[in-house]
Design a binder for this molecule. Sequence first.
Ligand code: ADP
Length: 778
Amino acid sequence: MNLNDSPILKTIVDSAPIGICILNADSFIVDMLNDKFLEIAGKPKEAILGKWYWEPFAEAKAYYEEAMAGVIITKKTFHADEVRLMLIRNGKEEWIHVTFVYAPVMDEKGVVTKLAVWVLENTTQVHEREQLATANDRIEQEREKAQQANSNLEQILNMLPASVVVIRGYDLIVEMINDSNLAYWQRNREEVIGKPFLEILPDLADQPFAGQLRRVMKTGEDIDVKESPVLFTDKEGNIRDTYVDYTYQPLADLDGNWNGVLVMSFEITDRVLARRLLEKYTDELSVANDQLSIANNKLVKSEARFKYLIEKAPVAIGVLHGRELILEMANQKVLEVWGKNATIVGLPLSIALPELEGQPFLGLLDDVFTSGEAFYANEIRAMLEHDGELKEIFFNVVYQPVFGTDGAVADILIVAVDVTQQVNSRRKVEQAELTMRLAVEAGNVGTWSVDRKTYKQTTSSRLKEMFGFHADEEITIEDTFGLVTADYKAKLTAIFKEAMASNGTCDFAFTINRKDDGELRWLRALGSCNLEVPGDPSAFAGVMLDITDIKADEQRKSDFIGMVSHELKTPLTSLSGYLQLLQRKAEKGGDNFSKNAFENSLKQVRQMTTMINGFLDISRLESGKIHIDRTKFDLSELFTEVDAEHQFLYAGHNLIFEKGESVSVYADREKIAQVINNLISNAVKYSATGTTVEIFYELKEDVVKISVRDQGIGIKQEDIDKLFERYYRVENNGNVSGFGIGLYLSAEIIARHEGRIWAESEIGVGSTFYFELESVSI
Ligand code: ADP
């Protein structure tokens, strides 16, 4: 059968939407084909029609020839579904996808006569599908990426210090929340995700947040609130008072409608509470501040005062800073003792006082720095340059470390007292003590001291020997006083007690019967008591001299004077008698010249007699032979007698006797007359001719005071107290001769009357001598 002969078939084949090609089953020669087939084959019709099928499709022959042959044999259709094969189309190799069928066409007898090839190209579909798959893959990747991104976002959100929550819809469903926000709400993720906001935190219903969230979703506006209070009630029912700064930002859905809010908040409770607290304290602080400012004022004043004090302090004060010892502060005194001025402030000490090199101070200060321990020293010696000269200065010093906030030594405070004078005077004292000791040893002097409180006596060996004790014997004050002879004991005790009680001195000679041999010895105690040294047991101390030999010498001298005077007195008495005789004779003979000459000679003899009597008195006094013969007499009568005697004797002077009322005294009349004579004689001797001498007495209570006043040369103050000492004579007393015994005798006589004698004087004006006696009733 020839298919081309059937016009119906041909039409069907030609208009079919799939490619059709019919071959002869025995030769595989192409018998018929349609345009669709040609289109798929990509070859011209003549290259296929009437040809062996595998000739134009040589490139596919190896793959499908066998299958085609099988169809003829098996009479079964062969299906190839979307296979990929290479065809040379329009001269070019192309990979295409096709679905084709090899179907047997049998005649009525069941013999395969033809073979139909049905082919449908699905390259485009396959490509599209593949593209779809690729797209799907990409979508999947994107989804994964999105998921990753989502989880990154979540992580980032959780890392944020801010609280973040996303809320959607009118019901305010929590869509997303970070850890920080969960912590702030005190909820876990399950309790909040997908739940309405007010269901999670019902106590926020009456707070403004829900309303604000809905408004943002409605209007798309941003809300930014600072320091909003947020109150939570916890599970125990306690109110949790918090503060937040928060923002609401609208979120849109895909269509651009606002349907969510991004909430970001920062809890600032601590900050707010701290500030509230701060505000609370501010008032108190301001009150305190006022007080502080008052106190500060005072402080400033007191600091100024303090600075002034330091500046003017009598001790040297300085501050050294740092290990370089920079002189930061120095008061006047420190500059003074260093011999420098204020220009050294700010300099390191080694430069300010270069002379310190080689002296221990810089090293000591450095030790204070490293050890942190204060340094104290007394009488430390420094050589410091004053006006270009090195001076030896002694200090008592303290180097006090001052610690900084880091606990290390920052500064050193120097406080120093200049004790140079003390050290020097002590050296002098030490020197004096040494000299004294040598003198004591050389002079064979005994030393003693007595504790003013306990009367405990300390004596040197030499003193013990003087009293006749063994050198190493312990002796008490009673032991020594026990040896003093009866005539001196009371007096010595009195003198001793007085010196102890007052700040006085004593110089007293007395006799003892020596302990070992009972010999009478003369001793002289010299001592001084210094009450200004409190608690010093040896405050009353002195020396003891054995003056027995001196006394013996004196006695011999005195005996000799006594003897000589006595011997001189006899010829003088007879000389005086003869002269009186001669005077009277000349008077009778009218020999005026001789009369005057004898008169003057008599005056001289009388003066000489007075002198000799003085010496006699002294020798008597010292040998204890002078006796006081007391009688009761009227002083005014004595005055009358003395007046008569002296007017004649001292005619060159104007002697005025003022005799007052009668005053009775109980005394040695002769010796009191001697004292008055003596004072008048001195008044005349030491004043110019023609001047006045007044002699008068006055009675006050029971004491009569006799005064002799002259207009003479006067006596210097320093001499006045010594006038009454034996043989004392004032230098430059007008070349008046004398022996210095008159006042000594007078004083002795008055002393034996328990009276008092003294003088007042002014150089060039005159002197007044006084003595006092006790008056008795008539
Ligand atoms: P003299 O023999 O030296 O007068 P006195 O003992 O009487 O000895 O006097 C001692 C010293 O006192 C005298 O040397 C004299 O310097 C001084 N003196 C005594 N009386 C007077 C006086 N009235 N005026 C001045 N000096 C006096």
